[in-house]
Ligand binder design. Structure first.
Ligand SMILES: Cc1ncc(COP(=O)(O)O)c(C=O)c1O
Length: 442
């Protein structure tokens, strides 16, 4: 058999020779695309959508033969999360803006956000006229409670904790800090729908929480989202803000005699068609998550044999939704070499190919890749919100270096998406590729 030399100088058989060095790849067929809910779309969603169309009532508040799909989604989703109330909206971004509006966030206030996030989190704060304050993450890849405590000032209105890449943040100490310091806690659960800590679902820890049902998420209706809370006042404010600015009564008519609920609307109402699909996806969500978690923990177990590979700290493995695996290496060149080698072994999706990357390439999830934030971009010519008098002393530096642990983790870590439809053979290939590459390169 043909023999080659590994980077560490050990003789190898042809099948062990890394694909990146001309060996045979572990697999040639791309891995399935990573959209969790999409792999579970079926007849049930089609039937639900047809049911709405046959009623010819697509608007949530009234119609020819209203099916009340959005209303049902709201009560089913609130029950699923374990909270009292939910307001369905058209996106996760809309959910964040709606929640911040309900919480009364505006100029002169600071909102703490994590270094690892999605651009919408910073955008929602800036669009309210407030100032985002970055706080570093820890090995959970979510906000570090100690870093939050350091960032709280007399101007801090609240904290947006983002449960990133499928697994919950260290939410209990964060909840404690928010309570003790008298600031709001908003949980962004867009990437962790169905996740939990000690049996309590993410979204049930904060004053409010937001979700996304966009196509990349654990359940999907293409575009969509939800705001949840236990506080009836916040729910009423969210309901008014997501709509035209006024609360509505049972029959969908606007209420004008509640001065406290005469607000300004953002226009994020969900429609009946998408709600009907989201309701079916919600019923399938536990099975979707279970599949991803099973695959992920099988792969993680195999990686435990390589002590040089650090696995992401998971606060509660039972509450991990499983959609991403993060591995961390000693330094950036090692992470890059291993990632290139894994991709050459066929551990990649097609055509997007973003399922297996070094995290610095993870676009607008990385604070310093967001040039609007780094450059403090404004949408108007007067520099809103950065140049508002109320914000004059609150601006921060958002360029690389602002969050040193995040910077180090991003360049040393590889993010691998775990699709919700991996077969045992797919998992075997991922494990074999990791073992082959790690044995050769570590
Ligand atoms: C953490 C996080 N927050 C918010 C959003 C925004 O959701 P949407 O795309 O539905 O607006 C996303 C979407 O990727 C996200 O990942």
């Amino acid at each position: 058999m043909k023999r080659g030399k590994s980077a560490t100088g050990t003789a190898q058989t042809a099948s062990e020779q890394l694909a990146i060095d001309g060996g045979t790849p572990v697999r040639t067929e791309p891995l399935p695309l990573e959209f969790p809910g999409v792999h579970y779309l079926g007849e049930e969603e089609t039937e639900a959508a047809l049911r709405v169309l046959s009623r010819r009532s697509l608007f949530r508040y009234y119609g020819i033969d209203l099916g009340r799909e959005v209303e049902s989604l709201e009560s089913e989703f609130a029950q699923f999360v374990g909270v009292a109330r939910a307001v369905a909206v058209t996106s996760g971004t809309g959910a964040l803006v709606t929640a911040l509006s309900a919480l009364g966030v505006g100029p002169g206030q600071e909102v703490i956000i994590p270094a690892y996030l999605w651009v919408s989190v910073a955008a929602a704060v800036v669009n309210q006229g407030a100032i985002p304050v970055l706080a570093d993450i820890d090995e959970t890849f979510c906000l570090d409670p100690a870093e939050i405590a350091k960032r709280i000032t007399s101007k801090t209105a609240g904290i947006i904790v983002v449960h990133m890449s499928g697994a919950p943040a260290d939410i209990k100490p964060i909840q404690k800090i928010a309570r003790e310091r008298g600031v709001f806690l908003l949980e962004d659960c867009a990437q962790c729908n169905g996740g939990s800590v000690d049996g309590q679902k993410v979204g049930a820890f904060g004053d409010m929480a937001t979700f996304s049902f966009q196509m990349n998420k654990n359940m999907t209706c293409g575009e969509g989202g939800c705001v949840v809370t236990n506080d009836p006042r916040l729910e009423q404010r969210a309901s008014a803000c997501h709509d035209v600015g006024y609360a509505r009564d049972e029959s969908g008519r606007m209420i004008f005699d509640r001065p406290d609920l005469r607000l300004w609307g953002k226009g994020y109402r969900m429609d009946e068609l998408r709600a009907s699909i989201a309701r079916v996806q919600l019923r399938k969500l536990p099975a979707t998550i279970e599949h991803m978690r099973r695959s992920k923990y099988r792969i993680r177990k195999a990686l435990e044999g390589f002590p040089q590979v650090k696995l992401r700290k998971i606060i509660d493995p039972k509450g991990d939704t499983g959609c991403f695996l993060i591995t961390t290496y000693a330094d950036a060149p090692t992470a890059e070499r291993i990632n290139r080698a894994l991709r050459a072994e066929g551990i990649v999706t097609s055509p997007q190919g973003v399922s297996d990357i070094v995290m610095t390439d993870w676009g607008l999830h990385i604070y310093y890749n967001n040039l609007s934030l780094v450059n403090k971009t404004s949408v108007d010519s007067r520099g809103f919100p950065w140049n508002l008098a109320e914000n004059a002393d609150l601006k921060r530096d958002y360029s690389k270096g602002a969050c040193p642990l995040a910077d180090s983790l991003f360049e040393r870590s590889i993010l691998l998406a775990i699709p919700s439809c991996l077969t045992t053979e797919d998992e075997d290939d991922i494990i074999r590729a990791f073992e082959k590459v790690l044995r050769a390169l570590l």
